[in-house]
Design a protein around this ligand. Structure first.
Ligand SMILES: *Cc1c(COP(=O)(O)O)cnc(C)c1O
Length: 491
């Protein structure tokens, strides 16, 4: 028996909700706006609750288990953030409210801009971008505007290391530049000779992730910044991995010109299945005039009996608007709650514990798996998901088998430069007991690969659904019934 969709459960005349008695004068709606037929399921409240609760149990989430998905920083989303975001003054504020009646919300955004500037060592911050990728686009468009304003029109290339997240070269292309790939050296740092050879007057800038998506802090970062600045280019830092640096390294002080944060990674706001997020962007004075906006500014200092006043302002030479209204305000509230809760020392400790957890896992797995860059890592690290002499087992099989042990798989096949890559990021919110369970599962899987590789090849065996054709599932998405044997077959 297959599970019915909520539509298939519909029975004509069944009611699940009653509308309250109308307490405002009724006005007839224009006829052309009314639909004759509205295809809604007619189901009881209990049916709806059971249907969606059952579906939700098939999801894996950070609330149900360990989720070491590298590069994504799947840390716990504290409930305090949710409580604060639901305060009626924030949640019910209309985005078209005027400045006068939204001073509290504007002050919150102003504080967050200031804290994000302080943590990164930059002069200005915009909260407008809805995701890291949109922050990247904002940053590269600002770099472009900067060169154009100076009449420096020969620059058409942006350098991107081969370990980069796919959004980096995509951003470069979308901003109208040519993406030039730089190789990594055998230690996982940017190849300095290749970098120096690529630096010339056609380079508009470089995009680099710090620490890199290999989980490594590039030991030559100062030389890299100097080389690109030396040829007139600007430095973009992909700050998706700030969970390793907070309170320890300020990218602005390293000489970067612009970076983005992912509040939905580092600052514990939910990833929310692709959005809404916040890819706040921080810049130095040089790029500040080009920021997207509007952003919150202090319009009048607090006086003797007057509170400070805040307003929304567009930077003078802004690249423009990226998002409706004020960005994803709910994310700003959550990130503020998180920063206030932890304070400056706590923020630093987040990064220290994230790095400690990753190194504990790395050191504990190094005898069972090949680790291509065996050195102290930042908040994540890569292993090779393959074993000598067992050709049939791939990284994907290890990931699928991990699901049988109750863990979300790490990131597979990224970064692209490591064969059979598994990128593991524990985050600081996991305790030692959880890390030890994960280590035990991984060691067990390595042993299974040697003794009975079929266990890995046929995994997962304990879930409702085994292996999907992931490409077809994405291309021919069918949002309807999934056959599940939840009732003994008849006859
Ligand atoms: C997540 C990530 C991005 C993209 O951020 P989104 O918010 O998913 O758009 C970019 N670079 C790196 C290194 C990332 O991990």
């Amino acid at each position: 028996m297959s599970e019915a969709t909520i539509y298939e459960k519909s029975v004509s005349g069944r009611v699940g909700a009653r509308l309250p008695v109308c307490d405002v004068p009724q006005t007839p709606l224009p006829q052309e706006l009314l639909r004759r037929e509205l295809d809604l399921p007619e189901v009881s409240e209990l049916q709806v609750v059971r249907h969606f609760t059952r579906l939700s149990r098939r999801n894996f989430s950070i609330d149900t288990g360990f989720y070491p998905l590298g590069s994504c920083t799947m840390k716990y989303n504290p409930r305090l953030n949710e409580d604060v975001a639901r305060l009626p003054g924030f949640a019910a504020l209309h985005p078209r409210s005027d400045e006068e009646s939204s001073q509290g919300a504007l002050e919150l955004m102003h504080r967050l801009q200031g804290w994000l500037a302080a943590i990164s060592g930059f002069a200005r911050v915009t909260l407008m971008p809805a995701a890291g990728a949109q922050g990247e686009l904002a940053g590269i468009l600002m770099i472009r505007r900067y060169h154009e304003r100076r009449g420096d029109s020969q620059r058409r290339r942006i350098l991107v290391p081969d370990s980069a997240h796919g959004t980096n070269p995509a951003t470069v292309t979308m901003a109208g530049y040519e993406s030039v790939e730089l190789p990594s050296d055998h230690n996982g740092n940017v190849d300095l000779l290749a970098l120096r050879a690529a630096c010339d007057e056609t380079v508009a800038g470089m995009m680099i992730t710090v620490p890199s998506t290999l989980g490594l802090f590039d030991v030559n970062i100062q030389e890299i910044v100097d080389a690109v600045h030396g040829c007139g280019g600007l430095m973009y830092m992909d700050g998706a991995n700030m969970n390793a640096l907070m309170g320890i390294v300020k990218p602005g002080e390293l000489g970067f010109d612009v970076m983005h944060y992912n509040l939905h990674k580092t600052f514990s706001t939910p990833h929310g299945g692709g959005g809404p997020g916040c890819g706040a962007v921080a810049v130095n004075e040089r790029l500040a005039p080009f920021l997207p906006g509007p952003n919150v500014e202090l319009v009048a200092q607090a006086g003797a009996d007057m509170p400070a006043r805040y307003g929304l302002r567009m930077p003078p030479q802004s690249i423009g608007r990226l998002k409706a209204f004020h960005g994803n305000f709910g994310m700003h509230v959550r990130a503020c709650a998180y920063i206030l809760f932890h304070g400056a020392r706590g923020i630093r400790d987040i990064s220290r514990h994230a790095v400690l957890n990753a190194n504990y896992l790395r050191a504990s797995l190094q005898r069972s798996f090949r680790i291509p860059y065996p050195r102290i890592c930042a908040h994540e690290f890569v292993i090779e998901g393959r074993f000598e002499g067992i050709e049939e087992v791939h990284a994907l099989d290890i990931s699928k088998r991990l699901m049988d042990y109750g863990f979300h798989p790490p990131t597979n096949y990224f970064p692209l430069i490591v064969p059979e890559a598994l990128l593991i990021e524990p985050t600081e919110t996991e305790d030692k007991a959880t890390l030890d369970e994960f280590i035990a599962a991984m060691r067990h899987i390595a042993q299974e690969a040697r003794e009975d590789p079929g266990l890995l090849l046929s995994a997962p065996r304990t879930l409702d659904i085994s292996r999907l054709d992931e490409v077809r599932a994405a291309r021919q998405l069918m949002l309807c019934c999934v056959p599940i044997p939840d009732w003994p077959a008849q006859g």
